[in-house]
Design a protein around this ligand. Structure first.
Ligand SMILES: [Zn+2]
Ligand SMILES: [Zn+2]
Length: 258
């Protein structure tokens, strides 16, 4: 500690001269968040009770997460008024920081649940560079729209022989994708169905398909009715926007009428 004290004096001298207005504690703490020096963090937090990251917002916490220092992120969280943000989750997926992600999810589940469908796809796409994070995300969310961008993720993973990722995507799409593997090589891949609808709604009423006026057997989240044939053709030829109201259509937000 004496050594730290001495260095601290020198640092304080240097910093206050060069950066007036920035406290030495802030600089030291931010730098320790980056290098992962847990002792320094504890030391600063032990005597600087006023230290609340007010000037730096979430910076120290952000940097600790960015560098996958779970213990540091935890200790800052305990003492300071920091919060997890969508930006931090995205960054951790980009950097491959699974340890931090698991802790963030346990601590701030609401932030994870508030992420919208488009963002979920973006996050998952980033995480696909780290198969263990992609697998973990698939357990956190059961509604990642992995078919977005015309099934690009699936096609790319097969094309570049990312066996683990391709297998994960197949398992996430419950019969929608097919891969044939021979000697650890993907020799054939295909889309079996553009629509994988697991939800079912029992109804005694009869609805007309918005496109062909025959009996509908699918209802979308936007409450428009289609027959399977029309909806699959539309998705295949055009896009995943509802032909009637243009709302984006997610598989897991549709239901089969039975
Ligand atoms: Zn129809
Ligand atoms: Zn609609």
């Amino acid at each position: 500690m004496e050594l730290i004290d001495n260095e601290y004096d020198i640092l304080e001298d240097n910093i206050t001269r060069r950066y007036p207005g920035v406290s030495v504690n802030e600089v030291l703490l931010i730098s320790a968040c980056k290098t992962g020096n847990y002792d320094i963090i504890q030391w600063i937090l032990s005597f600087d009770y006023r230290f609340m990251f007010s000037l730096m917002d979430n910076l120290g916490f952000f940097i600790a997460c960015e560098n996958n220092h779970v213990e540091i992120a935890k200790s800052i969280y305990k003492r300071c008024n920091v919060k997890c943000t969508e930006e931090i989750i995205i960054m951790c997926c980009e950097e491959g920081n699974l340890d931090i992600l698991i802790w963030l999810y346990e601590t701030f589940p609401d932030v994870f649940y508030s992420i919208n469908h488009d963002k979920k796809y973006e996050i998952f796409e980033l995480a696909c560079n780290y198969i263990e994070i992609a697998v973990w995300l698939s357990t956190v969310y059961n509604d990642i729209p992995i078919y977005k961008n015309n099934h690009n993720l699936f096609f790319e993973s097969c094309k570049y022989q990312h066996l683990e990722l391709a297998s994960l995507l197949v398992s996430m799409r419950n019969g929608g994708y097919y891969i044939q593997i021979i000697d650890d090589e993907i020799v054939h891949y295909d889309i079996i169905s553009d629509l994988v609808i697991n939800k079912k709604i029992q109804t005694s009423e009869s609805y007309e398909c918005v496109i062909c006026y025959k009996t509908a057997n699918i209802v979308t989240e936007c409450c428009h009715y289609y027959c399977t044939e029309c909806l699959e053709t539309h998705i295949n030829k055009n896009n995943r926007n509802c032909p009637y109201c243009r709302a984006y259509m997610c598989d897991n937000k549709m239901a089969k009428l039975i």
